[in-house]
Design a protein around this ligand. Structure first.
Ligand code: GDG
Length: 471
């Protein structure tokens, strides 16, 4: 295998002391890059007024090169804030109502992908293997193939793949489907996503599974597919976290000042925690409503439990995200105003990012992790909450059945986030669960996360991509 070339919308460049940005994905992919030597290409995060964003900037860190390109403000507006985040993101999260399709943004999306291909072509050598990440860059392989690239190219989709009727609501769904046939391996978070993708090809009449007569039963996690005259592999690779490192950090953070401060202010009350980017897919308003319902149904619980919702703003340039901020503030204010007491605030809402170590300590201090997205590719918060628990006295994960993580975390209490009554009952049950049951449920999940961590994810994806050359 030659060098590894990773392409993503944003590039996690180490700081001037060589320290990597927090988060398992950056660490695991860097480890693979270090192993094989390679290059990470993507947007620098900088927007320039000029239509021509200038030359690619190269930064060397040991065996890894970072190749960064600026984008024009028009590119950012149309490709990133426009088509990627106002069409693909809502649609792939089954929110047709929020998708704002425009031809201008669609053209900007394909234009930036063409520009990425032009800039990447001269940096690639014949043996290199290319790994492209996420919905911003779906057309990139097709653009590279058009320019004569023969290398193996893999794609991993971090968000869900929608059912056919939802995808087909997008005016250019057929172009998006066709682009994906240029990859050698398409990785999905869950079997449901992979199944939805293959169903889209079948419904459209453009592709099908390649049946292996030796295989009596169809494997839901792996398939060879033909579509648009090409044959390629699809497979599920549920993304993990740096489980042991996160558990160690949580154990250390337990005695840190922010966690002690929180515990002092709780004065013995139970803590329920929610942590999400402020995004409509995460179901934050529905969660607050369910917590209110829980207090309604359990008046004896008044004054004994606090919901801490940490939700740093994201994508504030997109109007739907700004609206979310107002909605969540109003809902939390309403519950605190109607149910709170002088000595007790039911919901603490923090609209800021907090350091990763404090987050780990707060997860550990919380009796319940309330992770209730309306739809989510995987949801790493669910996995972090589990990894952070004290093995002797673990908390309970209440998890939406619509998160990819629900396909993996067998010890979670599952709920339907659209059903506030059911979520309220799940919270009540989680708070009352016996120590024996908490331990048993946590053990199953922790063993799974230790075995299926981010390093395994990265290695198994690259091994599968490597194996496509023999197919
Ligand atoms: C996409 C997919 C998929 C959040 N608040 C703070 C903070 N965070 C960190 C969490 C976690 C990360 O952000 C969020 O990851 P998720 O997986 O929950 O969600 P997305 O950002 O939507 O990620 C998702 C993922 O890609 C990976 O494939 O699982 O389905 O949507 O790590 O801890 N971190 C800090 N302070 C905060 O206030 N330090």
């Amino acid at each position: 295998m030659g060098r590894l070339i990773v392409v993503s919308n944003r590039v996690p460049v180490p700081d001037k002391d060589g320290k990597l940005p927090a988060g398992g994905l950056a660490v695991a992919v860097h480890a693979a890059l270090k192993d094989k030597g390679g290059l990470w290409f993507g947007w620098s995060g900088k927007a320039v007024e000029d239509e021509d964003p200038g030359a690619v900037e190269h930064r060397e860190h040991g065996p890894i090169t970072y190749a960064l390109t600026d984008l024009s403000t028009r590119d950012v507006d149309e490709y990133y804030s426009g088509f990627a985040n106002r069409v693909l993101w809502p649609l792939f999260h089954c929110r047709i109502d929020l998708a704002e399709y425009s031809r201008r943004d669609k053209d900007g999306y394909f234009r930036v992908n063409r520009m990425f291909a032009d800039r990447l072509m001269p940096l690639i050598e014949p043996d290199d293997v290319i790994w492209i990440h996420d919905y911003h860059l779906i057309p990139l392989a097709e653009e590279l193939r058009r320019r004569g690239m023969k290398n193996r190219i893999g794609f991993f989709l971090h968000i869900p793949w929608p059912p056919a009727d939802i995808l087909f609501a997008m005016p250019i769904y057929d172009q998006i489907l066709r682009c994906l046939a240029s990859y050698d391996l398409i990785g999905f978070q869950t079997d449901h996503d992979m199944d939805n993708f293959i169903s889209c090809l079948i419904r459209e009449g453009v592709g099908k599974r390649v049946r292996d007569p030796a295989q009596l039963e169809q494997d839901p996690t792996e398939a060879r597919v033909t579509a648009y005259g090409r044959e390629f592999s699809t497979r599920t690779f549920g993304i993990g976290i740096e489980t042991q490192e996160f558990a160690d950090m949580a154990a250390r953070a337990n005695t840190s000042e922010p966690v002690r401060e929180m515990e002092r202010s709780l004065a013995g009350r139970d803590l329920v925690i929610g942590v999400d980017r402020l995004d409509y897919s995460k179901g934050i308003p529905e969660r607050i409503t369910a917590f209110e319902r829980f207090l309604d149904l359990n008046p004896d619980r008044s004054g004994t439990v606090t919901l801490l919702q940490i939700a740093p703003s994201s994508r504030s340039e997109v109007p739907e995200y700004r609206d979310m901020q107002t909605t969540v503030e109003a809902l939390a204010g309403h519950v605190n105003g109607t149910m709170g007491r002088i000595d007790w605030t039911p919901i603490r809402y923090v609209n800021q990012s907090i350091p990763r170590e404090s987050l780990a300590g707060l997860y550990r201090a919380a009796r319940v992790g309330l992770v209730t997205p309306l739809r989510d590719g995987m949801n790493l918060v669910a996995k972090e909450y589990v990894a952070a628990q004290d093995p002797d006295d673990p908390g309970v994960l209440v998890l939406s059945r619509f998160a990819g993580a629900a396909r993996e975390l067998q010890g979670a209490v599952l709920c339907n986030p659209h059903d506030s009554e059911q979520t309220a009952r799940a919270i009540a049950w989680a708070l009352e669960m016996t120590l024996d049951e908490r331990r048993a449920r946590w053990r199953v999940m922790m063993d799974y996360l230790l075995e299926n961590n981010i390093e395994t994810w990265c290695k198994s994806y690259l091994a599968a991509l490597d194996a496509t050359k023999t197919k």
